[in-house]
Design a protein around this ligand. Structure first.
Ligand code: GDP
Ligand code: GDP
Length: 435
């Protein structure tokens, strides 16, 4: 289940510094995997073995240097809607200011766990100054220094402890979970309705502290899966920039809750930056991915229009080119079922386990024929490989000098894995380790 921590607070209290600290470890891995521009406002981390996502809501607010009450309200509402736990940051060097009071008041409306965190407590002398934050009306506060990291452990212990969901029984346990995401008006609802034919046989609307997705069982033509939707997805806002803003945030939650993400774009608009962000989110979360190009009925087609469009997308999404692309018209229902078939295939690929004997039989001759380039006269020998017992495909290659294996070779190995075993639509990881 999605564990999402939202950071809220007025500008300059240290949200992005704390955010970067939380993400340090994981981001380092992600950076080495892809050359894609980082999304600095959202990331994944873990504490004591518990995985969670972090949203720096402040990072999404435009013009945050000159922040308005309205913007703060948006930020807090967003956190209340989307997060499992909220970290409310304040700044000990500034003391309590009006805007802190306002945020505190907004946060009083939620039943979700809220942690008041006094930041910039860089030394013990500042501990006493922190006491004035009792005036914000919370039973307890935490003191940290986002800069040095002190105090963050105790805070995270308590935050993570709130994630445990007792008494929750998932009615769809074990079934594939698929979600449709994409920019506003691309046709997500139309596709959902086409698939479900407006007969939503089982709808569970569980509004709990950490779960407010709508989940519908699809059980037709030999396929059984859960379509995940977020409660707020259809709550449309009048202002277009808000639409954008909320759709990103809601995508985050539904991506977290699913196994396969259908990323839908509008054929008449094409691939936009926002789509890359969503793709990157899904990729980072190691979800299966299917790209759906909708409204294909509106395109004037010549013999190779489809191929050209496919190449255009592949060019945009490189290096994640091993991703299926389906061209649909949700209104005429053209290839709507293909989205189901493709998503289920990707789900299968994501669960693929290659036997160690088979993996070595295939990969070792390839590696022998094209070994990693030697470095300073040292030869890198890869002796053995295995798929790790992880939920999503990850591979370890054991070598005498794993530290000398560089990014291009890693990519070569990944491509060979993709060529020989079907991992289409699935992010995979390749590690080199000491044998
Ligand atoms: P945001 O606007 O809330 O995201 O705040 P930033 O993370 O950008 O931080 C604002 C300023 O506070 C920057 O100059 C940071 O270097 C500084 N800062 C952040 N955390 C700490 C801390 O723990 N101690 C001190 N002394 N400064 C900090
Ligand atoms: P959402 O915001 O992504 O859920 O988009 P909607 O499903 O509400 O669709 C937005 C608009 O696009 C509606 O007017 C739909 O009728 C229209 N639309 C959706 N899919 C298609 C399609 O495949 N072809 C055409 N021509 N229009 C579509």
């Amino acid at each position: 289940m999605a564990n999402i921590i939202a950071l809220v607070g007025r500008p300059n209290v240290g949200k992005s510094t704390f955010f970067n600290r939380l993400l340090q470890k994981r981001e380092a891995i992600v950076d080495s995997v892809s050359g894609v521009t980082r999304d600095r406002h959202y990331g994944k981390s873990d504490w004591n073995g518990v995985d969670f996502s972090v949203i720096d809501t402040g990072g999404y607010i435009k013009g945050s240097d000159d922040i308005f009450e309205d913007e703060i309200r948006k930020q807090v509402e967003l956190a209340i809607d989307e997060a499992s736990a909220i970290i409310f940051l304040v700044d000990v060097t500034e003391g309590v200011v009006d805007m802190d009071q306002e945020v505190a008041q907004l946060l009083r409306k939620t039943k979700k766990p809220v942690f008041l965190v006094v930041n910039k407590v860089d030394n013990s002398m500042l501990e006493t100054s922190a006491m004035e934050f009792y005036s914000l009306g919370f039973d307890k506060y935490y003191t940290i220094s986002g800069m040095t990291g002190s105090g963050t452990g105790d805070l995270l212990d308590d935050v993570v402890a709130t994630f445990e969901e007792e008494n929750y029984v998932d009615p769809f346990e074990g079934l594939p979970r698929i979600t449709i995401v994409g920019r506003p008006n691309v046709g997500k609802s139309t596709l959902t309705n086409a698939l479900l034919e407006d007969k939503r046989n089982i709808v569970t609307d569980i509004a709990g502290t950490t779960r407010d997705s709508i989940e519908t069982l699809y059980d037709k033509f030999g396929y059984k899966f859960v379509l995940v939707d977020t409660a707020g997805m259809r709550k449309k806002s009048k202002v277009s920039e808000d639409l954008e803003f909320y759709s990103v945030m809601r995508s985050i939650r539904s991506i977290e809750d699913s196994d396969v993400v259908i990323l839908m774009i509008d054929a008449t608009i094409g691939w936009e930056k926002q789509d890359m962000n969503i793709l990157y989110l899904a990729q980072k979360s190691r979800k299966g991915i299917v790209i759906v190009v909708n409204k294909w009925d509106l395109i004037d087609k010549e013999s190779n229009t489809l191929k050209q469009f496919e190449n255009y997308i592949k060019d945009k999404i490189a290096p994640f080119t091993d991703t299926p692309i389906v061209f649909t018209s949700s209104t005429t229902k053209q290839r709507v079922f293909k989205t189901v078939e493709t998503s289920m295939k990707v789900y299968e690929n994501r669960n693929r386990r290659v036997k160690t004997s088979k993996l070595n039989e295939v990969m070792l001759p390839i590696i022998e024929a094209t070994p990693p380039p030697s470095i300073k006269g040292k030869y890198i020998k890869i002796k053995y490989c295995t798929q790790l017992p992880t939920k999503t495909p990850q591979f370890a290659f054991f070598a005498n000098l794993p530290q000398y294996v560089k990014e291009p070779y890693k990519r070569f190995v990944e491509n060979q894995l993709r060529k020989n075993f079907d991992f289409t639509g699935v992010p995979i990881e390749v590690y080199f380790r000491q044998k």
